[in-house]
Design a protein. Structure first.
Length: 226
């Protein structure tokens, strides 16, 4: 099994069997996220840089000891009045506008009327073992701190997921087939991860986890389809 770099910056994984072929697409513009609709793409990453004003808002929010995170169902008609449903963002207008931008993109991309939104401050590893999501698709972006870790499709022994690990850590369970294959999203990057419930993607959901070594607090935003 091997991975081949393509001219558009993506990486296609070729397997010498009847197993699924999946690739990751990277892009410096948001329109690369549309590639998530391609059958052989299970991860699309918008490699963007956060503005200084958004970074400052995020650090200030993390420093607010009263902020414990928020989780809600956001409907399309509430995007332009996000302060009403997320009053925690009243003092952080640049962060609010960025969340509005991403939410509008996500709703439009998938033709949705509502999404599950979670904005979470983290002091440790939330999901420390590699796993797949039982959702059609999830957006993940880390505003502050180290980003989500993931494995290329061809580097995973899926029989070691969940109970298949026999309680062993990822480093010894055998879930990772090669050395140095763990990839990490950068702070600010926006990723769409296909899950196991995307039609036609069964057995190919992106395998990922929270970073194991977390030297600093993190601020994580996720959107869910369904």
């Amino acid at each position: 099994m091997n991975a081949v770099a393509l001219s558009d910056g993506s990486a296609i994984e070729r397997e010498h069997s009847d197993l699924l072929i999946r690739r990751t697409v990277f892009g410096s513009a948001a329109d690369c996220l549309v590639d998530i609709y391609q059958t052989d793409v299970n991860l699309a990453v918008w490699q963007r840089e956060l503005s200084n004003s958004v970074k400052k808002n995020c650090l200030s929010l993390l420093a607010d000891r009263h902020f414990t995170g928020c989780r809600l169902v956001l409907t399309a008609d509430k995007i332009d009045s996000l302060d009403d449903v997320m009053p925690e963002l009243l003092r952080y207008p640049d962060l609010r506008r960025d969340i509005q931008l991403l939410a509008d993109m996500f709703l439009t991309l998938f033709g949705l009327e509502r999404i599950g939104l979670r904005l979470t401050p983290l002091k440790g590893s939330m999901c420390p073992k590699f796993h797949v999501d039982r959702v059609p698709c999830r957006l993940i972006t880390t505003y502050v701190g180290k980003g989500t870790e993931w494995l290329p499709h061809h580097e995973v022994d899926r029989s070691k997921l969940g109970a298949g690990s026999n309680g062993m850590s990822d480093s010894v369970s055998g879930i990772i087939s090669g050395d140095g294959c763990i990839q990490t999203l950068a702070s600010g990057e926006v990723a769409l991860l296909k899950g196991e419930m995307w039609e036609g993607n069964e057995g190919a959901g992106v395998v990922h986890r929270s970073p194991l070594v977390v030297p600093e607090d993190r601020l994580l935003l996720t959107f869910d389809v369904g």
